[in-house]
Each structure stands twice: as structure tokens, then as C-alpha cells.
Design a protein around this ligand. Structure first.
Ligand code: PLP
Ligand code: COI
Length: 363
């Protein structure tokens, strides 16, 4: 793919590293440029890196009415060698295309997605935030742009990638465990639906549940399946727990759970690296609560790109009662997983082959 560059005459960051003054929020800042590419007449065209800014969209664009939209989330880090590396973006590209298939959208060749992200990171390398726990968050997405009100797949699309220099998703970062609301009132995904796809509608549908969670002092909802029998995942991260006998368990990936790149990475690192037997199972909800009460489950948390490894300190119920996980503090297994994963991402620990993609110096 030949990318056209239309760069700002003088980038805000040209020549000086980015050292944010206060704590960097998640997802609020933008860099100077974005990647764009159009789909029409059955083909992608005009891949380009241009100044970040609004684009024109017809009020009748399919995405605005019927939510034909998909997105991804990845992260890039500056390593001690001064170079920028993106974490497992081939996995994001593959998931983007699985979401595309589910939403009747055209795939973007995975190699082109990877190239687009790396080319943009190259242009924006000075935006890497030099702050503990911060990274360059990568947001690829695709929207349906045909000006049409028929409920059918659009014939035009826009693929875009932009970057956000970001701090931790939960403001306290890894310092403080989060609480999750467990409720039978809301469900995130139903069998045969879009739960395993990364599409905006899933997140729109989770907003009300999130508001209820916040009112009860929880950060997110831990969703159950539609029959309220099994633990599924949280609104922006997979769920895991650790048992006293040294097992780390993530709910099996079904069509109602997003296949998390972070979870897959933990599963691949496995016992040799993590010192825990790792695996996936369906997790029945009531026995899970019983195991928490009995102390058989000693740690729990969430895995995600934005969430990284987020320890859960307690589960909150709609009547306001809480059930603590262990002593409510961050456990040693969770701490070790966090250190290993972030060490690999930040280049202070060796990465398994193929996990890191270096942004080439070419712009
Ligand atoms: N589950 C949901 C619903 C998510 O939105 C995310 C975030 O991307 C995850 C899980 C974690 O997936 P990943 O580790 O690929 O970021
Ligand atoms: C991510 O972790 O990358 C996500 O997309 C989660 C979220 C911010 C919706």
C-alpha cells in the first residue's frame, strides 16, 4: 500500500519530547495527524496521513442511523532504545476483520492495517507521553458513509486510525482495585448477537448499565449471560479470577464475549512465565460467589488494552451490599501478571516472537 502524506507544515511536537504536566487522562488528547482510506466501488483507495480534524459526513450516512461501525483499540510504547513499538496489532487487525464480517462491512487487508498504524506512529513518535503508566493509544475504526436510509449494508466506508496519548483507563491506575456491579437487570450481549464484535452499538447499549454502576460506587458492570447463569465479561475488559490452588481462569470465549488480545496474551504466556495454571471455562455465577465467600477464589480482575490488568477489590450488588475479593487489596498474582505484561509491552522484558511491531523511521 502506498500511503500519501499530507503533513502539517510544523507539527506541534516536532523536535521535543512530550512530557505532560499533570496526570494524563485516558482518550482525551489527540496527536496532529490521522490515517484515512475510502472504500467505494468494491475497493479501498487513497490511503493517506493528513492533519487530524473533522471530516464531512452526509446527515443520511448509514452509520448515523443504523450504527454500522466497528473499532479497535491497541497501544504503542517507547522502549529504552528510543523506538516506538505497537503491541500485537496483527491480532487487532484480525479482530477488526471478524467484526467487519459480522457487520457486513468490507475487510481491510491486515497488512494494510498494520502498515497504516505503524506509519502514523512514525509520524507522531514525538507524541509518546513520557509519564509513568502512559502510552500512545491507537484507535482504528470504520464507518458506513453511504447517504441512504434503507436498512442494508452501505456501499461506501471510511477507515480511520488516530492516536491518543493516554494515561490509565481508571484514573487511579494500577494503584487501587476497582469494584464491579453484578446485576441481573442489564445484559451486554445475547447469543447470535454482536457481543464478540467490537461495534459501537454494544457500547451505546452499555451506557445506562454503566451509569447505574457508577451510582453504586462501581467502575463497570460484570455482565452475566442472558440466562443469568454464567459470568461473561465487563463493559471494557474480560474477567479473570485466581484460585487458592494456583489457577487463573478466564471465561470461555463464546459469541457473547469479546476475544481480548490481552486475555489471549496471558493465556499464551502460560504457566511457565506466570507461575499459574491458566485456562478458560464457563464460570457458573452462584458457585463463583460461593468460592469467593469461602476464600477458594483469592484474586479477580479484568484484562484489556485500556484496562491492562485491573484488580477487582469487591463486587457490588444492586441492594448496595458488597462482597470483597480476598482482603480487598491487590494480590501478588495480579501484581506479577501486571508487571510481566507491562514489562513486555514497554521493552524491559523479552517479548515472545512477533508480539511487537516497530514503527519504521520513514516519514
Ligand atoms: N471486552 C470488551 C467488551 C472490551 O471492550 C475490551 C476492550 O477492548 C476487552 C474485552 C479487552 O480486549 P483487548 O484486550 O483486546 O483490549
Ligand atoms: C480498549 O481497551 O482498547 C477498548 O476499546 C475499551 C474501551 C475504551 C471501550
Amino acid at each position: 500500500m502506498k500511503i500519501r502524506y499530507d503533513l502539517k507544515p510544523r507539527s506541534a511536537r516536532r523536535g521535543e519530547p512530550f512530557r505532560p504536566e499533570g496526570p494524563l487522562p485516558f482518550g482525551q488528547l489527540r496527536t496532529d495527524h490521522m490515517f484515512l482510506m475510502d472504500f467505494a466501488d468494491g475497493a479501498w483507495s487513497d490511503p493517506r496521513i493528513v492533519p487530524y480534524g473533522p471530516f464531512l459526513l452526509a446527515p443520511g450516512a448509514v452509520v448515523l442511523h443504523y450504527s454500522q461501525e466497528i473499532f479497535e483499540g491497541a497501544k504503542a510504547f517507547q522502549h529504552p532504545d528510543g523506538e516506538i513499538y505497537a503491541f500485537r496489532i496483527d491480532k487487532n487487525a484480525a479482530r477488526m476483520n471478524r467484526s467487519a464480517e459480522g457487520l457486513c462491512m468490507p475487510p481491510v487487508p491486515p497488512a494494510d492495517q498494520v502498515q497504516a498504524i505503524l506509519a502514523l506512529l512514525d509520524v507522531e513518535r514525538l507524541w509518546f507521553p513520557e509519564q509513568e503508566g502512559a502510552s500512545l493509544y491507537v484507535r482504528p475504526f470504520m464507518i458506513a458513509t453511504q447517504d441512504s436510509l434503507g436498512v442494508k449494508p452501505s456501499n461506501r466506508y471510511l477507515f480511520c486510525v488516530f492516536l491518543s496519548p493516554s494515561g490509565p483507563y481508571y484514573p487511579a491506575g494500577f494503584q487501587e482495585p476497582v469494584k464491579l456491579l453484578v446485576t441481573r437487570r442489564f445484559h451486554r450481549a445475547a447469543p447470535g448477537g454482536t457481543g464478540a464484535m467490537k461495534t459501537g452499538g454494544n457500547y451505546a447499549a452499555s451506557l445506562m448499565a454503566g451509569e447505574v454502576a457508577h451510582k453504586l460506587g462501581a467502575s463497570q458492570v460484570l455482565y452475566l449471560d442472558t440466562a443469568d447463569r454464567y459470568i461473561e465479561e465487563a463493559g471494557a475488559m474480560n474477567h479473570y479470577h485466581v484460585t487458592r490452588d494456583g489457577r487463573l481462569v478466564i471465561p470461555s470465549f463464546t459469541d457473547t464475549i469479546l476475544r481480548s488480545v490481552t486475555s489471549e496474551s496471558v493465556l499464551e504466556l502460560g504457566q511457565e512465565v506466570l507461575g499459574l495454571r491458566v485456562g478458560q471455562e464457563r464460570i457458573p455465577f452462584e458457585p463463583f460467589l460461593a468460592a469467593l465467600r469461602s476464600g477458594e477464589i483469592i484474586e479477580a480482575g479484568g484484562f484489556g488494552t485500556a484496562a491492562v490488568v485491573s484488580p477487582v477489590g469487591a463486587y457490588v450488588f444492586e441492594d448496595g451490599t458488597e462482597l470483597r475479593v480476598g482482603d480487598g487489596r491487590i494480590g501478588p498474582n495480579t501484581r506479577r501478571i501486571y508487571e510481566i505484561l507491562t514489562g513486555i509491552q514497554r521493552g524491559t522484558r523479552p517479548a515472545p516472537p512477533g508480539w511487537l511491531f516497530q514503527a519504521p523511521r520513514q516519514a
